[in-house]
Ligand binder design. Structure first.
Ligand code: SAH
Ligand code: SF4
Ligand code: F3S
Length: 444
């Protein structure tokens, strides 16, 4: 077999799911470019189409499945097209769709643990023309040395820990991603240094299902805050973000690093999932609302300009009107800058799927809409808090206008700014808040 067969051929990658998958697709692109292939925006025109899938909720599965099915006719008309399905959906046991039988026109089906061998599977298929279905129980080798091809030129994703050991009762991730495995510090350090110093990245987002678990499995014990401190010693004008943090082991050390290191972004995504401690216990989240609020209070006190966001599940089995109202109350208390709210979706193989007190779809939908309406009001009101405050922002030109982007992603217009310089950090003081738009001046 030879990679020459793929030289100059076109590929197209379709990605579903979380940042982890987005980043994995950047590595898939690296593997395919390595085979001498070129990228095409046109799915129908591509010689190789890769679907990197997600199964976190039923909706995510349906979306991927329908889009793969839509390619059936194209494949029938052009048999030489190679279709690959990979990622979390094939890795799932007894999922909604039996991909092997339901997608007979798909040539290669692999899971999450062997994505790094996608190029080898393609070469093998090209040689044998035999359908490949290969799902592994544990990782075969790491993707760490695969070069990522990133679209975004400002923010770069960097993996620090794979897998999840938390087993929240609703969640499929531990089953499809395996056990927690930290990347060695040196590897992370070198990658970040290269991204900042050679490739000009301004934001580095460290990725893990639970970044606070970082280092627990390493030979030389490390904590996430120590890792952050070390990365901050890299010279350059850049900032570090991270996701996701679990409230269970969110340490005071971490709050201190966020407060004192200018290179750590003042933004925190801290999923709460529910405002009811009773529901949290059944979710196996290992914290109650008292604990969560204590963290929020400390973070707000230490970093007044912090931008907060969260994930919430409504309609978890057994969630009463009272439980739901506690979630409503919680978002009013915390005043997040953004929330991601989901209706609970039963995942086969997880404990909560077997709970007998499931909530009907209509109630879930009413609750999620109510929550989102409330959050919209909070966000409208939140805009006022920016007035007269100073934010360290990345300066960008958007459609010829200078804009500062806060760590939380909020745009501040700078009407008086006359230079074409961009891509550097500066302090902006907000002087006007109108129609939910912010404007200000550079003060430093
Ligand atoms: N590791 C991260 C999040 C992973 S999944 C964490 O622990 O926070 C992203 C979000 O999807 C979760 O925070 C949760 O809100 C949501 N989610 C996960 N499983 C779900 C399910 N079965 N139904 C609905 N939402 C779910
Ligand atoms: Fe899922 Fe919980 Fe792990 Fe997050 S911490 S990935 S919600 S099991
Ligand atoms: Fe989805 Fe897998 Fe991420 S299930 S949310 S793509 S880890």
């Amino acid at each position: 077999m030879s990679s020459v067969d793929f030289w100059g051929k076109k590929f197209h990658v379709v990605t579903y799911g979380c940042q982890m998958n987005v980043h994995e697709s950047e590595k898939i692109r690296g593997l395919l470019y390595n085979l001498g292939m070129i990228e095409s925006n046109d799915i129908e025109d591509a010689d190789v189409v890769v679907f990197n899938t997600c199964c976190i909720r039923e909706g995510a599965e349906d979306r991927a499945y329908n889009n793969i099915m839509a390619l059936k006719k194209v494949k029938q008309a052009d048999k030489s097209k190679i279709i690959v399905v990979c990622g979390c959906m094939p890795q799932q046991k007894n999922g909604k769709y039996n991909l092997k039988t339901k997608l007979p026109f798909v040539d290669i089906i692999i899971g999450t643990h062997n994505i790094n061998m996608l190029d080898k599977y393609l070469l093998k298929f090209d040689e044998t023309h035999k359908r490949i279905i290969d799902i592994m129980e544990t990782p075969v080798a790491s993707m760490d040395n695969v070069k990522s091809v990133r679209d975004d030129k400002t923010n770069a994703y960097v993996n620090i820990i794979y897998g999840c050991d938390k087993f929240c009762t609703y969640c499929i991730v531990p089953y499809v991603r395996g056990r927690e495995k930290s990347r060695p510090v040196k590897e992370i350090y070198d990658e970040v240094k290269d991204l900042v110093q050679n490739q000009g990245y301004k934001f580095i987002t460290l990725l893990g299902q639970n970044v606070n678990s970082y280092g627990k499995d390493l030979e030389e014990k490390m904590t996430f805050s120590t890792l952050l401190n070390q990365l901050c010693t890299i010279e350059g004008d850049f900032k570090i973000k991270f996701m996701t943090s679990h409230p269970m082991d969110f340490s005071d050390d971490l709050i201190n690093v966020m407060k004192t290191q200018p290179k750590v972004a003042k933004a925190l995504h801290l999923p709460v999932q529910s405002g009811s401690s009773k529901v949290l216990a059944r979710m196996n989240r290992h914290y109650d609302i008292k604990h969560y609020m204590r963290i929020i209070k400390k973070v707000k006190h230490a970093i007044p300009n912090i931008s907060l966001s969260t994930d919430i599940i409504v309609g978890f089995p057994g969630e009463t009107e009272r439980d739901f109202n506690q979630t409503m109350k919680l978002i009013k208390r915390v005043k997040y800058d953004q929330i991601f709210a989901f209706m609970y979706s039963k995942r086969t193989g997880t404990p909560a799927a077997e709970f007998l007190d499931q909530i009907d779809e209509r109630t879930k939908s009413i609750r999620v809409n109510k929550l989102l309406r409330q959050q919209k009001l909070i966000q409208k009101d939140q805009v006022k808090k920016y007035f007269n405050r100073t934010y360290n922002c990345l300066i960008k030109q958007i459609n010829g206008v200078a804009v500062g982007i806060t760590d939380g992603g909020k745009e501040i217009y700078i009407p008086t700014y006359r230079y074409n310089n961009q891509n550097y950090f500066a302090d902006i003081k907000v002087e006007d808040v109108r129609n939910h738009k912010l404007s200000g001046v550079i003060v430093r």
